[in-house]
Design a protein around this ligand. Structure first.
Ligand SMILES: NC(=O)c1ccc[n+]([C@@H]2O[C@H](COP(=O)([O-])OP(=O)(O)OC[C@H]3O[C@@H](n4cnc5c(N)ncnc54)[C@H](OP(=O)(O)O)[C@@H]3O)[C@@H](O)[C@H]2O)c1
Length: 342
């Protein structure tokens, strides 16, 4: 099978700014399993195979090697800078005044770029935890969400747009109650919101709220993240790619169930950012967006597979006094900070 896909055959999404971006990209989080060398080699292969969208983050610890790959791809003429849509994120320990600028400066230096296409606020809490720590560890300085704290960080992201360091800004790991509180206060509205999205976790309310507000959802863990860090695996978790209905649809299309997860994501309207270091996988993942879409009946079958099964629960961002990980996600429809004071 051909190992390249013409990027012109990959659908595009239009942001509220009028700018276009690819309807599928590649993730770059090694999940504590894959080395920066393996991830950056995959990015190199992915550019050659036709990927034009990459989801990076400072906390993934591999932006310097990925930057070398980008730089080599530009200098060898494989692709031009303007052909790629490159995203990164500010980590939780860099929310303080002036720190967001320092964070993007380091990311731009590592990625060897003059500007980004999208810069996300990775989590809406300034709660640092050491990479790889256990889910029971708590930072005594951790705090619940506050509108004031969030907006002071978001204003710093808005300044980055003014300075030309990123064309767009986005949020990640948000909830509807948090968005209702902060969107009216934004001078520059987020163009995209990154959120966990896979067949067993479609977040219909948050997904719909983003669309109603002209914000493009980006879906992380789109295949159900079978290689996520051990600390994020709960024996109760659904395994999306083993759901019998999904396997049946995959058999009908002659592809792996992972590919069906991506076809579902693209047709639903989110931008999936699957990760893989294996060429056969990342080629078939990109191809998923370019050909053989699911039927409406198949989409309906997958829509019924939602089990509200969140994998990335975020325990390590909890503050002292929080009940459990659900406090991060405002499951009662109210921002947990306000809720706990009433
Ligand atoms: N904003 C956030 O807070 C946040 C959080 C999590 C992730 N993300 C982003 O989302 C990206 C994707 O999430 P993820 O890596 O956790 O999960 P994922 O993309 O759902 O799953 C990745 C795994 O699926 C398997 N896979 C991929 N393509 C396949 C195929 N065609 N056939 C069979 N198996 C396939 C691979 O495992 P094998 O190697 O075993 O085949 C791969 O390691 C990350 O890399 C990161 O960029 C963002």
């Amino acid at each position: 099978m051909c190992k390249t896909i013409d990027p012109k055959n990959v659908p595009q999404r239009t942001l509220y700014t009028g700018e276009k971006m690819p309807a599928i990209g590649m993730g770059t989080f090694g999940s504590d399993r894959f080395t920066p060398e393996q991830v950056s080699a995959a990015v190199s292969g992915a550019i050659r195979c036709g990927y034009r969208l990459f989801d990076c983050a400072s906390v993934y610890g591999n932006e310097d090697l990925i930057g070398k790959v980008f730089s080599d791809a530009f200098s060898s003429g494989v692709v031009k800078r303007e052909d790629l849509f490159i995203m990164s994120k500010v980590w939780n320990d860099m929310h303080g005044r002036g720190d967001v600028l320092l964070s993007i400066a380091k990311t731009l230096r590592d990625l060897r770029l003059e500007s980004l296409d999208m810069f996300f606020l990775h989590w809406p809490f300034p709660n640092y935890h050491a990479p790889g720590c256990s889910i029971d560890s708590r930072n005594p300085d951790s705090k619940p969400f506050s509108v004031e704290g969030f907006m002071s960080t978001w204003c710093q992201l808005e300044r980055l747009v003014d300075m030309g360091l990123t064309r767009n800004i986005g949020m990640s790991n948000m909830t509807v109650p948090k968005l209702k509180a902060v969107l009216p206060l934004c001078r520059i509205k987020p163009a995209c919101i990154e959120m966990e999205l896979h067949p067993s976790f479609g977040q219909p309310e948050l997904f719909g709220y983003c669309l109603e507000n002209g914000i493009q959802p980006i879906g992380f863990c789109p295949i159900g993240s079978p290689t996520r860090p051990d600390r994020d695996i709960d024996p109760e978790d659904v395994v999306d790619i083993k759901m019998p209905e999904l396997v049946k649809i995959a058999d009908a299309h002659g592809v792996h169930p992972a590919v069906i997860c991506l076809k579902w994501a693209v047709k639903r309207g989110q931008i999936p950012i699957p990760f893989s270091i294996h060429e056969d996988e990342y080629v078939s993942n990109l191809r998923a967006a370019a050909e053989d879409p699911l039927t409406d009946d198949e989409m309906a079958v997958i829509a019924a597979l939602d089990r509200n099964c969140r994998f990335i629960k975020g325990h390590v961002f909890l503050w002292e006094g929080a009940k459990d990980w659900r406090d991060l996600w405002d499951v009662d429809g109210v921002i947990t900070e306000f809720h706990s004071r009433t």
